[in-house]
Design a protein around this ligand. Sequence first.
Ligand code: GLU
Length: 313
Amino acid sequence: MVIMAVPPSSLTYQPVLKRIAEEIEHTPGRGRPADYIPALAARDPRAFGMAVAELDGTVYGVGDWREPFSTQSITKVFTLALDLAREGDELWEHVGREPSGNPFNSLVQLEHENGIPRNPFINAGALVVTDRLQTRTGDAAGELLALLRAESGNPDLDFDEEVAASETAHGDRNAALAHFMASYGNIDNPVPALLDQYFRQCSIAASCADLALAATFLARHGIRADGTRLLSRSQAKQVNAIMLTCGTYDAAGDFAYRVGLPGKSGVGGGIIAVVPGRCALCVWSPGLDERGNSVAGVAALDRFTTLTGLSVF
Ligand code: GLU
C-alpha cells in the first residue's frame, strides 16, 4: 500500500518537472556516456528529459522527453514480466532474486553459484530470462517489441540495428556469461541465437514518454493499457520489489535511500521508476556514474520524490 503524501487531485506534475529540469540544468558534473558500446558513446551528456505517465495514460514531460535513446537494460524489466506471465514461479529455479553486490556483467559469482545468476537484472540473469522466453515464444525480442509498442501506444518503436551490431561486435563478456551458464545446463538455446535475441532487445530505441507509458502496467498492479492483465497483482509486486532491490546495478541501496521507488536503469542513461497505484516515470541523461547509473537521472528522481512525497516509504 502506497502512502500518498499528496492527494491525487492536488498534484500537477508539470510545475514539478519544470523545477527539476531547471535545477538539473544548473548542476555541474553529468558523468560520462557508456563507451564500452561504441554506438552509445556519442550522446551529449547534457541531454536531459523526464516524463511522468498517470494510470489513465496521461503523460507529462520536460526537456528531451520525446527524444529516443537506447533503452539497454531497462528492457530487462519487460522481458522478465513477459516470461513470468508465461511460466510463473518455475523461472525462479533458474535465476535468483537477491542483489548481486557485483558489477552487472560479472562472471565471478556464477561459478560459486553453479551457473544460477543472482537476479534477472544482471546480464547473466537477463540472458537466462531471454533464453526461457525464446524457448516459449520463438521470438523473445519480437515479443518484447510488441509489448513496448502496445503499452507506449507508439507503433514506430523499433530495434536500432547499429547499436545491436555494435554490441555484437563487442559482446565477448556476454558471450562468456552465456557459454558459462550453458555449461551448467542453464541455457536451452544455442548461444549465438540467444545473444542475437539479447542484443536486439537491448538495442530498442524509445523516449522517456514511451517508457513511462510502457512501465505504467507496473503501477496498475499488472494491468495493461488495454485493460487486460499481464501479471497477477502479486507478480507485479514481485517485479517492483526486484526493481527496488536489484534494479540499479551495484547501487540499489543508494538508489532506494535517495529515491525510494522501484527503478531500473540502463547504460543508455535511462531510468524507469514506478509509484505503485499512482504513476510511472522515465528520466534520461546519458552521463553515467562509475556504477552505470545516469547521474542527472538519479538526481532528478531524488528531487521528484522529495518534492512530491511520492515514494513507497
Ligand atoms: N546491452 C548491455 C550489455 O549487455 C546492457 C547493459 C546495461 O544497460 O546494463 O552490456
